[in-house]
Write a protein that binds this ligand. Structure first.
Ligand SMILES: Nc1ncnc2c1ncn2[C@@H]1O[C@H](COP(=O)(O)OP(=O)(O)OP(=O)(O)O)[C@@H](O)[C@H]1O
Length: 310
């Protein structure tokens, strides 16, 4: 059996130049030694607070940025070698993004039918035959649990959760292998979040999709992802099987995240019962977790922690 991950980051470093102009420019290390892999039909949660580098990872994977050091492999091939227009188009078809704001990625002047039929035609996923195209659009809507009449509606006529489902149907339309979901439920009402998370679970299993689930919330990570990587200031400080990371957290920053208030709609308290509340030591924990360190300790078969400096 081929066990090659669909996506693998190997020791990725990303530096940004800050300042500039006539002034001496400085380098800011946004990512330090980031490694992880994602397999088909599985989700990896990248968890951390705002500014830790989660979106930078997604931008590197979608080739918006180039890594400063390290490698990103898609199905075993370094993505810096993906160059020609057609090759980049094929890659972007295979690796789709779902954003926080479900409205932002839909054009308000077009119907949902247009949003789903267009990628099918653009990527030649369906013949340009009106009946076949309409049937396929209805099939896609059914896959994301929306009624066929949704096709005739405009984005503003749908709820946030329904719009996010349309975005998921778009990723299915082009036959994606990997979905980068950047806080896909954080702008939705609490009452509909679970439905969208459940749909992602189904997509993962039924269509064998790999997911990079980007979130600040360990509770939803636990709900959806087999593996979790906890990130702080550009470093993955702890990673491995989600249940291991949550039940046996080693890094003080992971413990701090567990103490944070979780998504109220996702049952989490049962999972972390007995965990001490670390939130009163938050500043100290952030200070000791900030230094860039390359030493890593293996805790268990699939559970690793980055050591603290000093
Ligand atoms: N183009 C850029 N130039 C300079 N610094 C950048 C650039 N893009 C990101 N950064 C910095 O890199 C760090 C990581 O940013 P990133 O957007 O990846 O964080 P994030 O975890 O996704 O945060 P959020 O959840 O708020 O989107 C931040 O300190 C940010 O200011």
């Amino acid at each position: 059996m081929d066990n090659t991950p669909i996506l693998e980051l190997r020791n990725v470093v990303k530096d940004f130049t800050t300042g500039g102009g006539f002034a001496k420019s400085d380098l800011f290390r946004a990512l330090n030694d980031v490694s992880f892999s994602i397999h088909k039909g599985k989700a990896l949660a990248l968890v951390g607070e705002s500014g830790c580098g989660k979106s930078t990872c997604a931008r590197l994977i979608t080739k918006i940025y180039e890594p400063t050091q390290g490698q990103i492999l898609f199905r075993g091939k370094d993505i810096t070698e993906i160059k020609g227009r057609q090759e980049v188009l094929n890659y972007r078809k295979s690796v789709q993004m779902i954003f926080q704001d479900p409205f932002g990625s839909l054009n308000p002047t077009h119907t949902i039918y247009h949003h789903l039929a267009r990628p099918l035609l653009l990527h030649r996923m369906c013949e340009n035959d009106k009946t076949k195209l309409r049937d396929r659009v209805h099939e896609l809507l059914e896959m994301v649990e929306l009624p066929a009449l949704t096709a005739e509606k405009f984005p503003h006529e749908l709820s946030g959760g329904q719009r996010q489902r349309v975005n998921m149907a778009k990723t299915l339309a082009v036959g994606a292998d990997l979905v980068l979901a950047d806080e896909p439920t954080s702008m939705l009402d609490v009452s509909i979040r679970i439905g969208v998370l459940d749909l992602m679970q189904r997509m993962k299993k039924e269509f064998n999709l790999g997911f990079l689930y980007i979130t600040h919330d360990l509770a939803t990570a636990h709900y959806i992802a087999e593996e979790t990587a906890v990130m702080y200031k550009g470093q993955i400080v702890e990673w491995g099987d989600t249940t291991e990371v949550i039940n046996n957290p080693q890094h003080p920053y992971t413990r701090l995240l567990i103490s944070a208030v979780p998504d109220p709609d996702v049952r989490f308290a049962d999972v972390v019962k007995g965990e001490e509340d670390y939130s009163s030591h938050a500043q100290h924990i952030r200070d000791i977790s900030s230094a860039k360190v390359n030493q890593i300790k293996r805790v268990n078969q699939n559970h690793y922690v980055r050591l603290l400096a000093g």
